[in-house]
Design a protein around this ligand. Structure first.
Ligand SMILES: [Mg+2]
Length: 178
């Protein structure tokens, strides 16, 4: 059974440094922009401006620690014999940076690291998907997957199972599969 594990908003907090950077670059963006929907930035800046900042943070991410419990999440998925695929919506030629970050932080084992803009292709019927993005959650639910995500403002109305932190997710996965 495959488990697809997202990175930003799942294993690491991208959004705190992202909002910090964006509000420095574009003063019209407030320090606390709400983010109640996935495309919250569109009323302030273009997609190109937004993703340029995201790309910068992805390059700096090697120095950012994962969220607490991320290493245990990998161990629990491995204990239950999942094929762990780490999949992140980011530039396609950055898998080596992401792999280095995973290894540095002992986020292992994993069977594959995927960095591209079409991660939905990895989703197989009935697999486990751990991802905070509304579009991925909806797609995975349509394919009969078990879907889990950290609660963020942009996914509060979604199906699947939201959790408040990775320890809660670890508990749910371990109980469900035991
Ligand atoms: Mg994410």
């Amino acid at each position: 059974m495959r488990a697809i594990v997202d990175v930003d908003g799942t294993l690491v907090d991208l959004h705190t440094p992202l909002v910090e950077l964006l509000s420095r670059l574009y003063p019209e963006i407030p320090n606390d922009p709400g983010m109640s929907d996935w495309d919250w930035y569109k009323k302030y800046i273009t997609d190109d401006q937004f993703y340029a900042a995201v790309d910068v943070l992805h390059e700096l991410q090697l120095h950012q620690p994962p969220l607490s419990g991320a290493d245990i999440l990998f161990k629990i998925l491995n204990k239950h014999h999942f094929e762990i695929i780490v999949a992140s919506h980011r530039k396609h030629n950055t898998a080596h940076i992401l792999s280095a970050w995973l290894i540095k932080n002992k986020l292992a084992p994993f069977s594959g690291v995927f960095t591209n803009h079409n991660k939905l292709d990895l989703i197989q019927d009935g697999c486990v998907v751990i991802d905070d993005a509304p579009k991925t959650i909806d797609y995975a639910l349509q394919h009969g997957c078990s879907v889990f995500y950290l609660n963020w403002p942009w996914n509060k109305d979604k199906g699947g199972q939201g959790v408040s932190d990775l320890y809660q997710l670890i508990g749910v996965l371990d109980n469900e599969r035991s």
